[in-house]
Design a protein around this ligand. Structure first.
Ligand code: FAD
Length: 354
């Protein structure tokens, strides 16, 4: 880059960490994130049954960023020239990238996050019976981790819809249901548990079924992390789901120097980390191009995923995958994901030893 640009990245998750790293040495980067770490999300459920796994899957921002400035705070508002953080810092920008994916209520430090996983592990170990609320990828992966590592525990999984992992097609749902049932997981579909005032050991579903469990885990969807934009200059550019409207180059509509990527961008596709990574590459390329030529006549275009695609791990060696040509369950998807859960790959992407 000819002249050093001020690049502000809001949110140090999958997309934000990659973008901040990409410009670390060639621009004046500021990363704004309430945590001192990036957590590789794909590994979270393994960390629940093996807290040591988090030593690699939680990466302090200072491990991969050598020059960038970290403002450890939530962003509070944004104007056309600066971002204001809750800490009071005001950070001016030439380019802004909004990557605040999903709301995050976890602790601020890596050490505290590892303690959370240790507490979850003790909770799993101590319980004879466990209720998992939510049959999306998070609930299913947690069930898989528990039944593989603790096969004698009684696991119940409740899902409000009529099938599991419904971001993938019906074949993936059916195969996953059979896999879990073959490991004695009781799967309850089309029913729900009220989350307000949730307490065991007896849980009653909306349809009146009672479930006895020593412990429970709530694995329902997170909300988009855009509430901080509601009173800002960008508020009119949020869609009805709270996502930022972006153009084909991942610029926020009508803005020349503001990008959004990852779960907060309103690209029409399922929201997944590997797509956040692809979007981060497009944004990086476009900022480089605009830095050289502000007219930006040949910007890179992002093409959203057309058909659902994904791998859900089922414990340490199995998985279910919906690929373009087939839906498969067992060791092959397990080989692709379940052993290392993309931790080595994600770390390498940040320039770290796997
Ligand atoms: C348990 C789990 C497992 C998953 N497994 C897979 C998988 O196997 N494959 C896959 O492709 N996808 C998976 N996903 C989905 C994937 O994690 C998300 O799609 C991905 O994390 C989105 O990346 P992102 O950068 O947009 O947001 P995130 O990774 O959610 O990062 C958002 C960042 O913004 C920060 N932030 C939020 N608000 C503010 C604010 N106001 N100011 C500053 N910072 C803020 C947060 O602290 C966080 O660091 C999984 C998700 C979860 C929860």
């Amino acid at each position: 880059m000819a002249e050093r640009k001020r690049i502000v990245v809001v949110g140090g998750g999958v997309a934000g960490s990659i973008i901040a790293k990409s410009f670390d040495s060639e621009a004046d980067v500021t990363l704004i994130d309430p945590k001192d770490y990036f957590e590789i999300p794909y590994a979270a459920l393994r960390c629940t049954v093996e807290p040591k796994f988090a030593e690699r899957s939680i990466v302090k921002h200072t491990e991969y960023l050598k020059k960038a400035k970290l403002v450890q705070s939530s962003a509070q508002s944004v104007s056309d020239s600066e971002v204001v953080a809750v800490s009071g810092d005001r950070i001016p920008y030439d380019f802004l990238v909004v990557c605040t994916g999903s709301t995050y209520k976890g602790p601020a430090t890596k050490a505290e996050r590892i303690k959370e996983f240790e507490a979850d592990y003790e909770k799993v170990k101590a319980a004879e019976s466990i209720l998992i609320i939510g049959g999306g990828p998070v609930g299913v992966e947690l069930a898989g981790e528990i039944v593989v590592d603790f096969p004698t525990k009684k696991v119940t999984l409740i899902q409000s819809g009529d099938r599991l992992i419904d971001f993938l097609g019906p074949k993936a749902s059916e195969k996953t249901l059979k896999w879990l049932q073959s490991r004695n997981v009781e799967v309850i579909l089309n029913d729900r548990i009220e989350l307000d005032g949730l307490a065991g050991p007896i849980y009653t579903t909306s349809k009146g079924q009672t479930i006895k469990a020593d412990a429970h885990f709530v694995c329902v969807g997170k909300r988009v992390g855009s509430s901080w934009l509601r009173d800002s200059e960008l508020s009119s550019l949020l869609d009805d789901q709270g996502r930022l409207k972006v153009d084909a180059n991942l610029r926020v509509e009508g803005k020349k120097n503001v990008f959004a990527c990852g779960d907060i961008a309103n690209t029409v596709e399922i929201k997944q980390g590997f797509l956040a990574g692809k979007q981060a590459a497009v944004v990086t390329e476009n900022i480089k191009k605009l830095s050289k030529d502000p007219k930006g006549s040949k910007l890179a275009v992002y093409t959203p995923l057309k058909a659902p695609f994904g791998i859900v791990s089922l414990g340490r060696s199995a998985g279910v995958a919906q690929l373009p040509f087939a839906t498969i369950i067992g060791w092959l998807p397990g080989t692709l994901k379940s052993k290392d859960l993309f931790v080595g790959k994600s770390r390498k992407g940040l320039g770290l030893a796997s």
